[in-house]
Design a protein around this ligand. Structure first.
Ligand SMILES: O=P(O)(O)O[C@H]1O[C@H](CO)[C@@H](O)[C@H]1O
Ligand SMILES: O=c1cc[nH]c(=O)[nH]1
Length: 317
């Protein structure tokens, strides 16, 4: 029998109350304060080797997504959208010392890739949250912009996650720590989701909705696909599962939202997930949409988030 615990964050709260009040990004680890140096191995950045506050102290928005090329393209796009000086094609990968993740800083925006799946994004988020903490960043908003499979939606619909759920449609993320199953809440910021929805509704070119997002640990059997190298269920069983997911409020499926929501929630970071649907999973499994259509779909969350950031920056003036 597996030992299961519900996370009690207060047991390890280490940050000063002041940090919460003044918007500083917090870490929830009592051991960090006594470390003489913190080297963020997968970013090739460190507290002794880099002046993180000078490099990142003014960051207000962090945008993350799976693919390195997409996050570079977003950096170039947002450079133009924010009307920054200089040539957007010159943006430099801050993590060029490693090929695990890429990172671009464009004014107050940080654009970072996280790879595919829970372990990959979780490693990135540990180092990102520490980076924002060491840099003394304040009032940061973090948004995952991704792709997903839709359920009962027109392909190309943008889904803002209301609640990230697991494969049992529960609003939780299970993690094994020291041989125990720990359950974390996957609550996301509701006001932020509504602000993003408003921005989406101001863009007439595509549909934007709020719905639950199911986070799985696999793209094929884990998402009920019949087209993997292995499949242990029938089409009828697949359709039943997707129908149950729809009835539980799930509108799209991807592979990072639950751990993203859980880690941001534990550190009190304002977070949102905005994913475009590439296909309607009730109609099939294969993604055969032409490349140029997929590229345009992938731009949709970026356009929405850009609109949101421009509105917020205007408010900050
Ligand atoms: O579009 P990204 O951000 O990579 O996200 C989705 O696409 C990948 C699968 O193709 C998974 O990582 C899933 O979460
Ligand atoms: O069906 C899909 C499409 C994109 N990403 C996923 O995780 N699933």
């Amino acid at each position: 029998m597996r030992p299961t615990l519900t996370n009690k964050p207060e047991a390890f709260e280490t940050e000063k109350i002041d940090d919460k009040e003044n918007g500083l990004v917090r870490v929830m680890n009592p051991h960090l304060a006594s470390m003489p140096e913190d080297f963020l191995y997968h970013f090739a950045l460190g507290t002794k080797t880099h002046d993180l506050q000078a490099m990142f102290g003014d960051v207000k928005f962090v945008c993350v997504g799976g693919s390195a090329n997409r996050m570079k393209a977003f950096g170039q796009f947002i450079h133009g959208e924010l009307g920054l000086n200089g040539d957007s094609s010159d943006i430099r990968d801050i993590c060029e010392g490693t090929d695990r993740y890429c990172m671009y800083k464009i004014g107050p925006v940080l654009s970072i890739s996280h790879g595919m799946g829970v372990p990959s994004i979780s490693i990135m988020l540990h180092e990102l949250i520490k980076l924002l903490h060491h840099a003394k960043c304040r009032d940061v908003i973090i948004i995952r912009m991704g792709t997903s499979g839709g359920i009962g939606l027109e392909p190309g619909t943008v889904v803002i996650t209301g609640t990230a759920v697991d494969s049992f449609f529960q609003p939780q993320f299970e993690q094994i720590i020291l041989g125990k199953v720990i359950t974390h809440s996957t609550e996301l910021d509701k006001d932020l989701a509504l602000l993003l929805l408003n921005c989406g509704q101001e863009i007439p070119d595509f549909q934007t909705i709020i719905g639950n997002t199911m986070c799985t640990h696999d793209f094929y059997e884990g998402q009920g696909r019949l087209d993997g190298a292995l499949c242990s269920f029938s089409n009828k069983e697949k359709q039943e599962y997707l129908k149950n997911a729809y009835e539980a409020g799930v509108r799209n499926i991807e592979m990072e939202s639950a751990v993203f929501a859980a880690m941001c929630h534990r550190c009190d970071l304002k977070a949102a997930v905005v994913c475009v649907t590439l296909l309607n999973r009730l109609d099939g499994d294969q993604i055969t949409t032409p490349h140029e259509v997929l590229v345009e779909y992938q731009m949709r969350p970026q356009k929405l988030v850009s609109r949101f950031m421009k509105q917020q920056l205007e408010l900050l003036k």
